[in-house]
Design a protein around this ligand. Structure first.
Ligand SMILES: [Zn+2]
Length: 344
């Protein structure tokens, strides 16, 4: 098995950020804020966040904000709830959330909740459980969950639960690992994990591991490094991560590295990109690979960043937040496993 090429991955991420005119940059233009979150979180879990110019990044993030309080994926692009989350996450990485007008951003996000408890992604109204997670996580990081009807939000997510224990994007839609992650994480953040059938869902999730050690997102699909995050974090949150072969998954992720130029691809020998580099590193972090920071499976940020947010002065609902962190630290360290939900 190869080793993690930290130096090369750092170099790759920094080079991608500097390239403005190539294919990947053009494709990513409207998603640049998301790309910044993937790249910067990857650098942070490798302990190299200082390799980027912090003030430059923050100034650019703030230029992506609209009068409505929402954020676009880049300067001049339309606002979307996903971009608001990326902006909050990037600012959290640099401990700069206070530069935001918290009420303005949280009012924008809360305004996207619908009567049935679901969330739209933007003014065009597409509804998806991804947006429920994004809105709940954003408001939790801003300590403004009280601005939405959490009970209704949870009820909507539960209406997307299927007989196989998984979750889809809307009621009746098939189970998919990415949507399962969003629903389970949203339930974890809101203290509602007791609604999950952990054995049934754990069985569906651990069946995602294929012969090569990689994980797929649905039955009969090819393995893909990004599912190292969606599936693994879900398994950790429901305390069933010991049901997969962790060693084989580590090997699969390491086999997806570009050994010459850095970066990680979806599967061995494919072209690398920032998205899969992030999910590969985040997956290794969840697998407790030595030398990289632990990442929080629900908040998708390094555990130390989440803990710092916990001490945010404008914080509300702090006890739940603290319990959630204690649970995550216990789950990551694999000791003193809680017998039931520890009250969050
Ligand atoms: Zn993928």
């Amino acid at each position: 098995m190869g080793e993690l090429l930290v130096g090369k991955h750092v170099k790759y991420i920094i080079t991608v950020e500097k390239r403005k005119g190539d294919f990947e940059s053009v494709v990513m233009e409207h998603l640049r804020l998301n790309g910044a979150y993937w790249g910067l979180t990857t650098l942070d879990i490798m302990g190299k966040l200082s390799a980027v110019e912090q003030d430059e990044v923050i100034s650019w993030v703030m230029q992506c904000q609209h009068e409505s309080g929402g954020f676009g994926g880049n300067i001049g692009h339309d606002p979307h709830v996903l971009c608001a989350l990326s902006a909050i996450q990037v600012l959290a990485l640099f401990d700069k959330i206070h530069v935001l007008d918290i009420d303005k951003v949280s009012n924008y996000i809360a305004g996207l909740q619908n009567e049935d408890g679901s969330f739209s992604g933007d003014i065009w109204g597409e509804v998806d459980t991804r947006f429920s997670y994004i809105a709940i996580l954003s408001l939790a990081l801003l300590h403004r969950l009280d601005k939405v009807d959490v009970g209704k939000a949870v009820k909507y997510i539960l209406s997307c639960k299927n007989v196989d224990g998984g979750f889809g994007c809307t009621p009746g839609a098939e189970s998919h690992a990415g949507k399962i992650f969003c629903c389970v994480a949203a339930l974890a953040i809101t203290g509602s994990l007791h609604h999950v059938d952990k054995d049934l869902l754990g069985w569906w999730l651990c069946e995602r591991q294929v012969k090569s050690g990689g994980l797929n997102g649905r039955p009969e699909k090819l393995p893909d490094v990004c599912y190292s995050w969606w599936v693994l974090s879900s398994l950790i949150m429901i305390d069933r991560v010991h049901w997969i072969d962790k060693g084989k998954l580590v090997k699969f992720i390491l086999d997806c590295q570009d050994k010459e130029n850095g970066g990680i691809s979806d599967r061995p020998d494919d072209a690398v990109d920032v998205f899969h580099t992030y999910f590969g590193l985040a997956g290794l972090s969840l697998l407790e690979y030595p030398g990289i920071k632990p990442i929080d499976p629900a908040y998708a940020l390094p555990v130390d960043v989440v803990n710092r947010q916990k001490q945010f002065p404008l914080m509300k609902g702090g006890l739940r937040y603290q319990c959630c962190n204690i649970f995550i630290i216990m789950a990551l360290s694999g000791r003193n496993k809680p017998k039931a939900d520890p009250g969050f």
